[in-house]
Design a protein around this ligand. Structure first.
Ligand code: MG
Ligand code: ZN
Length: 244
């Protein structure tokens, strides 16, 4: 279900339209079984590849932002689209199970945005991304920021056709998250440790978190930032500028 500002909602709840892998993927191939989950992921990968081609033909670069709920994705985005909007065209895809609250926050900055509601689903997939691209029709050379559904599990498995994946963890969470959710942190091109302004008030060891992240993803870039004070954001913007 895709909502744009003013577009009518379907008005009825959807069951999860996309079965997806819960539990361990079983190997297919000779003597094995190709599971429904593998077929779902294979179909998703095909659509993601089409999205990737569609965007690269237009010089559009998508960045997929993933985190637990409450890590500060939307606040980081509000700040980024405001700070970067003058440098290059920026557009946003907001993923949430319900509501258009986050899209409303982005829209108030003047940035082009579309809200995707996943209903019972717990991640964005390539088909939703394709529909969002159609609705947004981002300008040539756009930076497209995608805020995935707050969840450190299955969003890691679903390629959207993005250029890169950013995983955000805030200092109010445990430093052991990279160990508990290794697939997500292993998939990251960049890890943002957010809410650094709260470090004096919480028991969060940035270096330990970084060590845990590197134990599953040795070469990952890690930046410490605060969307509130602006600390470290210039480094994040430099990194975004490199994603072409
Ligand atoms: Mg949000
Ligand atoms: Zn899911």
């Amino acid at each position: 279900m895709l909502r744009e500002d003013g577009a009518p909602d379907h008005g009825h709840p959807h069951p999860d339209p996309h079965p997806h892998p819960h539990g361990r993927l079983r190997p297919g191939g000779a003597g094995g079984t190709v599971t429904i989950e593998q077929k779902v992921l294979a179909k998703n990968d095909l659509l993601a590849e089409r999205n990737r081609t569609w965007m690269s033909d237009r010089g559009v670069v998508a960045v997929n932002l993933m985190s637990s709920p409450g890590a500060g994705k939307t606040t980081l985005l509000e700040r980024a689209v405001t700070d970067l909007g003058g440098r290059r065209p920026v557009a946003v895809v907001e993923g949430d199970q319900e509501t258009r609250l986050d899209a409303d926050r982005i829209r108030r900055t003047g940035c082009a945005v579309v809200q995707v509601n996943t209903g019972a689903g717990c991640h964005l997939d390539a088909e939703m991304m394709r529909d969002a691209l159609t609705a947004l029709s981002p300008a040539e050379g756009s930076l497209l920021m995608v805020e995935n559904v707050g969840n450190l599990v299955c969003p890691a498995l679903f390629d959207l056709g993005e250029r890169s994946k950013v995983v955000i963890i805030s200092v109010t969470e445990g430093t052991d998250k990279p160990l508990k959710y290794p697939y997500m942190f292993a998939a990251a091109d960049l890890i943002l440790i957010n809410k650094s302004d709260l470090l004096p008030h919480v028991d969060f060891d940035v270096e330990q978190c970084e060590r845990h992240a590197r134990s599953v993803n040795p070469d990952v870039r890690v930046l410490t930032v605060s969307a509130t004070t602006g600390e470290g954001l210039a480094h994040w913007y430099d990194w975004l500028a490199e994603q072409r």
